[in-house]
Design a protein around this ligand. Sequence first.
Ligand code: SDX
Length: 433
Amino acid sequence: MPSKSFELKNSSSGLTTSLPVRAGTLGPEVLDIASLYKEQGVFTFDPAFGATASCESKITYIDGDAGVLLYRGYPVEQLAEKSSFMEVAYLLINAELPTARQLEAFSHSISRHTMINESLLRFFNGFYHSAHPMAMVSAVVASMSAFYHDSMDIHDPRHREIFSHRIIAKLPSIAAAAHKHSVGQPFIYPNNELDYCSNLLNMFFAVPCEHYEVDPVAAKALDLLFILHADHEQNASTSTVRLAGSTGANPYAAISAGVSALWGPAHGGANEAVLSMLEQIGSVENIPKYLAMAKDRSSYFRLMGFGHRVYKNFDPRAKIIRETCHEVLHKLGDENNPLFELALRLEEIALQDEYFVSRKLYPNVDFYSGIIYSALGIPRSMFTVMFAIARTVGWVAHWLEMVSDPAMRIGRPRQLYTGPTRRDYVSVALRRG
Ligand code: SDX
């Protein structure tokens, strides 16, 4: 089939540049603009990258208009219903669903990397007791490169595999250590007899002085949330991991950069902000007042957990989490959870409001997730850490895809410069304030 191209004509010089069009397997085609600057002396301009494909990837596909999310081609709804977080982690990293033996070997390897170096554990004693867990997690993840020198050659496939298993295995232990530091309790070591999510809950909630039994309902709910948060193509934190990794920085540094980017309330920090917002709204009667604030451009108030750069339809993850809320709250005997009731009413009223409908603002993955985390007893300040644990799988998958590509180059965007033109230095004696 003849290759497609866009003919771009410069109206002042008359020069025409032919820009090749590339098609993927799904989704919009892309315009290859690599020759644009050389031939026409211009850059493209897309400050928030809303219309820019930053890379080629085979991992996750999103159709924002149709509300579709595929992990390596598998609909997230099917994975949520039939798979497990460990199996989804294997799929995202290795591109295929594992056989039973492959899954067993992968899960076993992960479970044998859950302990963290005792010196790294002592880092937590240095944090202020009220430090935000995301500050502790990003710092400790970055510090892992000071301990694991044996797995930092990004060109060695075995090093890449060891790093991948280590970071996925250790994030729950690091998260639990941050939580235990915050509550002044001793760290509970990982128990390799437990599955990934049960191990996390045990490290969070067990104490040395009595037996703790992990609630299988809670472990299953967490496993589902981790599946839904595992990857989401080139979101801000994943793009940060790719950009940091493109410099050849060690993988722990790249993942730590992703943790920091995720923290923002416009991104992964939204789940924590949703709970604060629901408590601020307080009752159904107050919803109209807060919706008015959300619509007022002069107000900083936003409807947290609503809206998305890509989804202009329901975020498929939000739908699944909303249904899970019903089930989990019922099983945990919390079916009349006031914040969940308020969230359901808020969604119903907002989706009848022209401002939200016209802007295609729907609940996103963060709108209901915090209600489940809360019901599991996870403190609000840990919600984004939960997101980071799950998204570490996606960050690792994208990092691996990028660094194993021989064509990898350092990412280095350009700019539209609107600052001062050239001018000469003036000595302080001659300056007029
Ligand atoms: C995540 O990228 C990903 O994939 C992220 C994520 C992932 O899995 O990695 O899906 C996870 O980060 C989900 C998003 C979590 N963030 C929030 O819930 C915070 C609240 N949402 C908004 O801040 C906002 O919707 C964003 C940041 C999510 C998207 O911002 P955009 O794409 O830049 O949209 P925009 O700000 O240009 O909004 C378009 C219009 C504007 O109004 P007008 O200028 O047309 O008058 O919609 C309005 C915005 O003011 N708007 C909102 C709103 N979100 C957008 N108004 C009120 N409340 C909101 N939540």
